[in-house]
Design a protein around this ligand. Sequence first.
Ligand code: BGC
Length: 415
Amino acid sequence: MKVRAIMGALCAAGLMCGAAAAQAAEQVEVLHWWTSGGESKAIGVLKDDLQKQGYVWKDFAVAGGAGAAAMTALKTQVIAGNAPSAAQIKGPLIQDWASQGVLVNIDSAATDWKKELPPEIDKIMHADGHYVAAPFSVHRVNWLYINKAALDKAGGKVPTTWAEFFTVADKMKAAGIQPIAMGGQPWQDLTLWEDVVLSQGADFYKKALVDLDQKTLTSPQMAQVFDTVRKIQGYFDSGRTGRDWNLATAMVINGKAGMQFMGDWAKGEFANAGKKSGSDYICAAVPGTEKAYTFNVDSFVFFQQKGQSAATPGQLALAKTIMSPGFQEQFSLYKGSIPVRLGVSMAKFDDCAKKSYADEQAAIKAGGYVPSLAHGMAQADATAGAISDVVTKFMNSQEDTKTAVEALAKAAKTK
Ligand code: BGC
């Protein structure tokens, strides 16, 4: 009786009611790789929301851009029978995990998602006709970030073609500015390389990296892609080996370097450093890719927990929160992305995010909306990994273009 009375009083005070009180202690373990300044702020919004709902957040953060280290840690946990409640997994990998029979469906949290999500993205969140993943936001990968003061000092203009890009890079060099800040991990190499593939046209990108068409992969245009990448490398500094992406972004933020090729999670770093788009830095589409958009949609999948046959209340709360309009807005404001949920107001977003949104709509209409290979949206792991190896080998050796193109065509056959 006494306990009931206390619970009743708490309930009346709006603190804990019935089922919520029983669930209050559920711990949700969340595996992700959001550890940079902007990324941590963004995931912090989810943590706070969940804790407000009475759940205990157990953070399982594995540092390492693009998640390679996180995915290795995840496999170990699942094999050991300690799957987290939720993990950051995206693209075709969602299907892979679903086919292992280790995920739970979150249909009951997703009753209105079909009308709230673009159809291409809604489809990715499904396995066997059920929702198994919750999407956070849309990142555009094909961005070039430019330090405004460096550009002005060099007397350059925002490049829209590779010829213009090399002119700006030369001017920066002449002005004593390191033209490009580049990190040194395979996924960063692949991010730049896919940008250059995209600059040959969205159709070329699709045929090469989505359809894996051998004729396209071995075409003279593909040789040109490798040649352009080689030329761009001439503007890197010598200290990039092992450098994290956010440290390269910091070089542009601090004016140590002029430009960086990176997806718009980099914008989360600029925002976190108090920098304003337009006056402190410029976001431009990678030269030659203005009309195209490489998308990268982060999502969480939900693992079956010990002794449970279905999603737990904590897992469903996570899924619901991720797709709620308020969270969608605040998360993307910190993360540099745009909300994936349709109809969320863009009023509080900066010019870069507004451009991302407008360019996305235009690209969808014009057929220029393509999945990012470097960020796990275009191909299964094995294929993407084999292509990544070819690109990284090329970029970290003196390998000639012909050898690289042959290796690429072979790698694309990896299943
Ligand atoms: C993820 C982003 C993340 C970036 C760097 C990408 O693959 O989609 O959310 O910020 O990697 O870690």
